[in-house]
Design a protein around this ligand. Structure first.
Ligand SMILES: C[S@@+](CC[C@H](N)C(=O)[O-])C[C@H]1O[C@@H](n2cnc3c(N)ncnc32)[C@H](O)[C@@H]1O
Length: 235
């Protein structure tokens, strides 16, 4: 993968940035995403943040190879520490686990006062991010689920707004898990992801039933999740 042939995963993230974006890409690694966006849009500007020197060096090389040093600032630091107050209007964080992305947002929340859009691509546990958006005044406005090279990825887009809006009162827990928009569309990739999850949970339940001592709470939780999965796949 390179900047001229961005992965479908990063392309999906890039598609949700507005024209003239001024954004921070946290955990940017090779900085393919900011380079791609800035090459396409002459008004875009970015901060590429990295906590590790190795990836930061590849980001520096990539940025320099496109002569984009005046529009992409590569910075070493943890999470949103690399961003100055009021400096950016969008933040992208891709290719990490949901809980890590959530912690980066949470630890840097004072830097988000001028950030009106967050675009995240968690590798696992998107629910952790939906919950964080809900609790911090970010309204989920779009979700994508894509498959690339045998992996399934979710991309979530949240704007400052009414964080309760995408959710219904009775089904909020399920919507936080499956995604309120994704569970309305239920495309093939969605079906594949949750069918696999259902099979895993059914296997765990069968093993649990064979065990000599049973954790009733765990069993109850598992049964509830299996019901939700069967429901969402059947509807
Ligand atoms: C798997 S790579 C993803 C790179 C790129 N965002 C992508 O999606 O292709 C994750 C990157 O995040 C960086 N990273 C992990 N934790 C971080 C943190 N707290 N702050 C900044 N960067 C972090 C790692 O050094 C690594 O380069």
């Amino acid at each position: 993968m390179n900047v001229n042939q961005l992965s479908k995963r990063l392309q999906t993230v890039a598609d949700y940035l507005p024209e003239g974006a001024h954004f921070a890409d946290i955990g940017s690694d090779h900085a393919y995403l900011p380079c791609y966006v800035c090459m396409k849009d002459p008004d875009a500007k970015a901060v590429a943040g990295e906590v590790n020197q190795g990836p930061l060096s590849s980001a520096e090389r990539e940025v320099a190879s496109h002569g984009l040093q005046d529009r992409i600032d590569t910075r070493l630091g943890n999470g949103l520490d690399v961003v100055k107050q009021g400096e950016v209007s969008q933040v992208t964080i891709a290719g990490m686990g949901g809980p890590l992305i959530r912690d980066i947002l949470d630890q840097g929340k004072e830097k988000l006062s001028t950030v009106d859009r967050l675009i995240v691509q968690p590798n696992i546990d998107a629910r952790a991010l939906r919950r964080w958006f809900l609790d911090h005044g970010y309204e989920l406005v779009a979700e994508e689920i894509i498959e690339e090279k045998g992996h399934i990825y979710e991309v979530l887009v949240a704007d400052k707004g009414d964080s309760l809006k995408p959710y219904t009162k009775d089904k909020r827990e399920q919507e936080l898990w499956f995604g309120p928009f994704l569970m309305k569309n239920k495309g093939d990739v969605f079906q594949a992801k949750w069918k696999e999850e259902l099979e895993k949970k059914q296997y765990v339940l069968a093993q649990m039933k064979k065990a000599q001592s049973v954790d009733e709470d765990k069993m109850e939780q598992l049964n509830k999740e299996i019901d939700w999965l069967e429901e969402v796949l059947a509807e």
